[in-house]
Write a protein that binds this ligand. Structure first.
Ligand code: CDV
Length: 311
């Protein structure tokens, strides 16, 4: 039986510091309706899609800081998105800042949820790879304080049954780490949904920063191909409170090929027909992990190298 679904990436342009969540949600509902009109069953929104990218600021006032996080979803502000999903029978991925009481204390995570076509949460993921710093860095126009405002995720890289296949999630910086894809590849993932906020000048080295767009796609295309999975990568982009962030949201096939790409730095919906069985062809041939991976040998190679025996 065919496992074809139309998927959408719903890129968002900048969100102002003062823009209320209700306004961001209204923008997302508009895009959900547009995607539905094109036949989409799954829509991927960006990382931290309900607010401006607040880790760029050093926020010392506790109440001011706590106001950037959500507790339970759906909240009153996000309810319209969940209702629209159920009405249209379109699922979505949503990134947000999570505050939770866990292990007897208040914890903060950079989180995403996967919501089914009935408007109910199927699964949750908490960002593992947190870039940046835990204290302000002198001389930077914009800080990147994710290590200050979030803990590393504690849910691993699970995959969830849904949309006719197995769906995994990543958040932004995770897409640069091969092991994030591989952990899901080993669970037979068919489609990875991910959102990102990537400042163009994130390293401070002009030669590296000039390759930001190339590295964005390189990471996702390699991850898709090497793990036989679709990848839907969605940006929040454009000049947000003075910080320029990359767009070029993409839908990538298990071949590693980009099959749809955004062309603006604004709210924009792109769609593609994703045949989830395309990954199966790669999993049964070049990336048949059971036949071709050699995990028992990987440690040996490191040992031999250490012993001065070049491979
Ligand atoms: N939000 C992110 O995780 N951004 C990082 C930047 C800072 C390198 C990224 O990997 O795109």
């Amino acid at each position: 039986m065919s496992r074809q679904i139309i998927v959408a990436s719903a890129q968002m342009g900048p969100i102002a510091k003062t823009e209320p969540r209700q306004s961001c949600v209204a923008r997302m509902v508009d895009m959900l309706r547009e995607a539905h009109g094109r036949g989409a069953r799954l829509v991927v929104f960006p990382e931290l899609a309900l607010t401006s990218f607040f880790p760029r600021w050093m926020i010392e006032d506790k109440d001011e800081l706590e106001a950037w996080y959500e507790e339970d979803l759906p909240s009153p502000a996000t309810q319209p998105l969940f209702e629209a999903a159920a009405e249209l029978a379109v699922g979505f991925y949503l990134g947000y800042a999570e505050r939770v009481s866990e292990e007897g204390r208040i914890r903060h995570f950079n989180t995403s949820v996967l919501v089914g076509p009935d408007g109910k949460i199927i699964g949750k993921y908490r960002k593992v790879h947190l870039p940046g710093h835990d204290a302000p860095q002198p001389g930077r126009t914009f800080q990147h304080l994710e290590k200050r405002y979030f803990e590393p995720g504690n849910l691993g890289f699970p995959v969830f049954d849904g949309f006719g296949g197995r769906v995994g999630m990543m958040i932004c910086n995770d897409r640069r780490w091969p092991e994030a894809y591989r952990v899901m590849g080993l669970q037979g993932v068919d489609l990875i949904a991910l959102g990102y906020n990537t400042p163009v000048d994130h390293t401070g080295h002009t030669d590296i920063d000039s390759l930001t767009q190339f590295h964005n796609h390189l990471s996702m295309q390699a991850g898709a191909y090497q793990n036989a999975s679709w990848v839907v990568g969605t940006a929040k982009c454009g000049r947000e409170e003075g910080s320029m962030m990359v767009g070029q949201s993409v839908i990538i096939a298990p071949s590693g090929e980009i099959v749809a790409m955004a062309s603006t730095l604004e709210d924009e919906v792109i769609t593609a027909k994703a045949d989830l069985d395309l990954g199966t062809r790669y999993r049964e041939t070049i990336f048949d992990f059971a036949r071709h991976r050699e995990p028992d040998s990987y440690g040996l190679i490191v040992e031999r190298k250490g012993a001065g025996d070049p491979i």
